[in-house]
Write a protein that binds this ligand. Structure first.
Ligand code: ZN
Length: 310
């Protein structure tokens, strides 16, 4: 029987962060402006450690480097995914990420960033910034240089349970009052387009206008996954997206339901409720990895989980 890898999250204080990672998720956070929980991460800026079992205390990056068999002997320099929970007490800056090719050339061989969002909580009139209204790169440049932000940035209404795929080149931002579970490529490259002219400690945060203009897709294109639902006797699975980098789905259980793990590794995050996995108690806020060859597993209780794999 293989060990389930439970991870200890890493927290990031952010000027726009709040305290809901404690009040909603029960995490011990460093301050009342904590913006991000890096729940499954092997990134150098926040490398999670294994909580217990035979690999206790090891970082996820060291398991990737030294025990690649846990991940189906996948190739690659870095563990491919990063899972975060984001608490936006204030609006995040309007930003865009490069793709692999652009990041490789312009960011020292780094990966680009494709990401997706599952909305955990939001205000009743919640919104998200996704896409823009410029019809061409010329119009994009003009609107940026004339500071026509309201016209440029596209806002869409959101509700709990919504899901968005954010391809590289997509202008996007999380707005105040929103909690999100983000699944993304293991990359930390962000270009800031607009920060609402906010001042932080007497100065504005750096913008990356030229790089933004380089990478923003014009005109904007929405990506929608094809919804697929598999109903089980005491659970269900809804596929949210499958792209070159990851497949993400929502799993719900009400009772006891057995699933089969047949991916190189499978990430599970409990986002609501509590129960057990193969007899081990789990609850909202737990994140873990089922290693390669884990086989069948049974989730029991009343829970919602977000599942991802490469
Ligand atoms: Zn982003």
């Amino acid at each position: 029987m293989k060990d389930i890898l439970f991870l200890e999250p890493v927290f990031k204080e952010m000027i726009w962060g709040g305290e809901r990672l404690r009040t909603d998720f029960g995490y011990k956070i460093p301050s009342n402006h904590t913006g991000e929980c890096w729940a499954i991460s092997a990134h150098a800026n926040g490398d999670c450690t294994i909580k217990d079992g035979r690999y206790k205390g090891n970082s996820l990056s060291s398991l990737w480097d030294n025990h690649r068999n846990l991940f189906g002997n996948l190739e690659g320099d870095v563990f491919p995914l990063l899972i975060k929970i984001i608490d936006a007490k204030a609006d995040l800056s309007i930003q865009v990420h490069p793709d692999d090719a652009y990041a490789n050339v312009n960011e020292n061989g780094s990966l680009g960033k494709t990401e997706c969002w599952y909305v955990l909580e939001c205000n009743t009139d919640g919104q998200i910034a996704i896409g823009h209204n410029a019809k061409s790169q010329t119009e994009l440049k003009t609107m940026i240089s004339n500071q026509r932000w309201k016209e440029l940035i596209r806002l869409v209404p959101i509700k709990k349970g919504d899901f968005f795929q954010i391809e590289p080149g997509t202008v996007h931002a999380i707005k105040a009052g929103t909690l999100i579970l983000e699944t993304q490529q293991n990359s930390d490259i962000t270009y800031r387009l607009y920060d609402y002219d906010r001042m932080h400690n007497g100065k504005k945060r750096e913008l990356h206008i030229d790089k933004c203009i380089d990478v923003v897709t014009c005109p904007h294109k929405d990506t929608k996954g094809k919804k697929e639902i598999i109903a089980y006797e005491q659970g269900m699975e809804e596929k949210l997206i499958s792209c070159n980098y990851y497949t993400v789905s929502k799993v719900m259980v009400f009772g006891a339901q057995t699933f089969t793990q047949n991916e190189p590794f499978t990430i599970l995050s409990v986002v609501d409720g509590h129960g057990e996995i193969d007899g081990t108690p789990i609850a909202k806020g737990n994140h873990f990895i089922l290693p390669d060859g884990y086989g069948q597993y049974t989730l029991s209780g009343k829970m919602s989980l977000i599942k991802s794999h490469v």
